[in-house]
Ligand binder design. Sequence first.
Ligand code: A3P
Length: 317
Amino acid sequence: QEVEEPCDDEMFQELVETLPKAKGYNRSYYFYQGFWCPPSYFRGLLSFQKHFQAFDTHIILATLPKSGTTWLKALTFSIANRHKFSLQDTPLLNFGPHNLVPFLEKLYSENPCPNLENCSRILSTHTPYASLPPSIKDENSKCKIVYVCRNPMDVFVSHWHFVGKLRRPEYMEQLSIDEGFEMFCQGIHGFGPYSDHVLGYWKASQTNPNKILFLKYEDLKEDIVFHVKELGKFLGFPFSKEEEDQGVVEEIAKFCSFDNLKEMEGNKNGKSPSGFPNSVFFRNGVVGDWSNFLKPSMVEHFVKLIQEKFDQSGLTF
Ligand code: A3P
């Protein structure tokens, strides 16, 4: 489905009216190019797809919401800027990772042609791989993509809590976990369905491992020091032997840990560019917290989904 970017409100409305819609957790989503797009990002998405020109120096952090975006932003920012800012004077002390690494769909919703020269070289997106602008995927482009995926049960539980926290009680009742589960299973959540999103980046990373680094939240949790080094290498900022001996890798890992990051001023009291309190991006950051919330029948469903969708892919959870 190819859609020309609408140039005015009337054309935009006409386009929106042609798209399938579904009521999601707290809003309706538009079904576009095979995924469910939150309406607030739809206009920005169209501009991003049409106008974004990747620089060779760009680093694109791609995720499905609630998979570890905030963590990946902090890690990448710290690794790529370590010669510019020490951890004693990093902007992460005062600003949230979302304030330092712009979300492209949001950036383009504010301005259909933002000046990328003055923008951070690290950028983020929730757009599925198939719908990324051509210049990112162009084989001649040297820009890099890092994707982080997370076990679907933890993504769902994290998302359900996130939406619950952002809910304005005067407008919306608390969504039961059963209702939330139903929608998630149908793929109706921001940039879902889950399996298409993950598999899109997974397959692309298999074909093009030098361009796309595919990470798992659970692996980061298990051995963050190893992954900080891997990220540095992949992004073209390898840690020197001297840095390793000085413990720079461990320092970055510790600085970006859940417990440390959530206490930073910008994360305790700041707001994200989308207007959310940055604190909502920090809940408990635990692997397997789903076991405290999901009923056995829900777990059964997820296990089946993982088997059906991922068994042949080589990706395990
Ligand atoms: P939980 O709700 O399971 O705690 P995203 O950044 O993609 O929105 O994902 C948010 C999830 O990542 C939340 O998961 C949040 O607590 C967790 N998270 C945020 N910062 C983290 C960090 N530094 N380390 C580990 N997990 C983190």
